[in-house]
Design a protein around this ligand. Structure first.
Ligand code: UDP
Ligand code: MG
Length: 313
């Protein structure tokens, strides 16, 4: 039987943690009783530098019941880094790890479905939100817009999949080789490959407490996602440069016509043409430099260039 670790990042979650703990305790005990997972399975809470009683609660749960364990980060590092810290710690003890949020917005019954998919040989199982009936209009629009934008920018992400996913030890070992500092796990995991599948669930409301992702954090998360996965914004400068040069040609013709017709002041044609043409040339040049920066940027990531799934003996 496989050892399962649930990895739960927590930032100022004292309000919801008692509810989450009870729900997960029941779930894990059921799974253990039904022999779906090993007795050594655990729930691991990652305290991401909370300013409230979150860590005290985690310590208390661990005292009461060894089903619960915890990791404390030295300070607030943000959801993605807290998650990575948890995954890398859990990897040492677990055969499979499922990550989910502390607020029970991800339906915990998805764990059963994920285990089933894993038993079919899937090393990664993505939890996908089937609909967002309970999300506010604003959250739904911004979140779905984000997934669409990522696609336009050429970043491969699973639509409506956040960070609720199952990964096997093998996958986590490969994930460890991605050395990036600007962590965007949703983009990295699909790059790892291996057999994977999707399970869907209904995203619920937060059980207690308030969102720890205000608009500012959401925007910076989206920005990180694009700029650490795509050099398209740099390439767009080159495109803009060519467009400007093209417009400058039209401007040259236009100014010549106006000049010939004679209704201009002296020097006007010269300035008009120069502005457009030089503007275009400058943008192309910046774009060209951008192309090289893009290459440097990709090189400095030192991402693994390939991942071997199996070796025949
Ligand atoms: N979180 C974290 N560090 C942060 C912000 C959030 O570990 O700096 C955790 C938080 O405790 C929760 C998860 O990330 O378990 C998702 O946050 P939240 O539910 O507030 O986001 P939302 O669902 O509103 O997008
Ligand atoms: Mg939430």
């Amino acid at each position: 039987m496989k050892i399962l670790y649930l990895v739960i990042p927590c930032y100022n979650e004292e309000e919801v943690l008692p509810i989450t703990k009870e729900a997960l305790k029941k779930k894990m005990e059921d799974l253990i009783e039904n022999k779906l997972i090993s007795k050594e399975s655990k729930v691991m809470f990652i305290n991401d530098g909370s300013k409230d009683k979150t860590w005290e609660l985690i310590e208390k749960y661990n005292d009461e019941d060894k089903l619960f364990t915890g990791v404390k980060l030295s300070r607030n590092k943000g959801h993605q880094k807290a998650l990575l810290a948890g995954l890398m710690t859990a990897k040492k003890y677990a055969d499979i790890v499922i990550s989910m949020d502390a607020d029970l917005q991800d339906d915990i019954n998805v764990i059963d479905k994920m285990l089933e998919e894993n038993n079919k040989g899937n090393e990664i199982v993505y939890g996908v939100r089937s609909s967002r009936k309970k999300d506010s209009w604003f959250k739904k629009t911004t979140a779905e817009g984000f997934y669409k934008l990522m696609k336009i920018m050429g970043v491969e992400v699973v639509f409506n999949h956040a960070d609720c996913r199952l990964m096997s030890k093998k996958v986590l070992e490969e994930l460890e080789k991605f050395n990036e500092v600007n962590l965007f796990l949703r983009g990295i995991v699909p790059l790892i490959g291996f057999n994977s599948s999707i399970v869907t669930y209904e995203r619920d409301e937060r059980k207690a407490g308030t969102s720890k992702y205000p608009l500012k954090k959401m925007l910076s998360f989206a920005w990180d996602g694009i700029t650490s996965f795509s050099v398209k914004p740099l390439k767009m400068i080159t495109a803009l440069g060519f467009l400007t040069v093209f417009i400058s040609i039209i401007m040259i013709i236009y100014t010549l016509v106006v000049k010939i017709l004679g209704s201009t002041v002296d020097g006007w044609a010269f300035i008009m043409v120069s502005i457009w043409f030089i503007g275009g040339v400058q943008l192309i040049s910046i774009g060209l430099i951008g192309e090289y920066i893009g290459k440097i940027y990709n090189e400095t990531k030192h991402r693994p260039r390939y991942i071997i799934e199996k070796e025949l003996k």
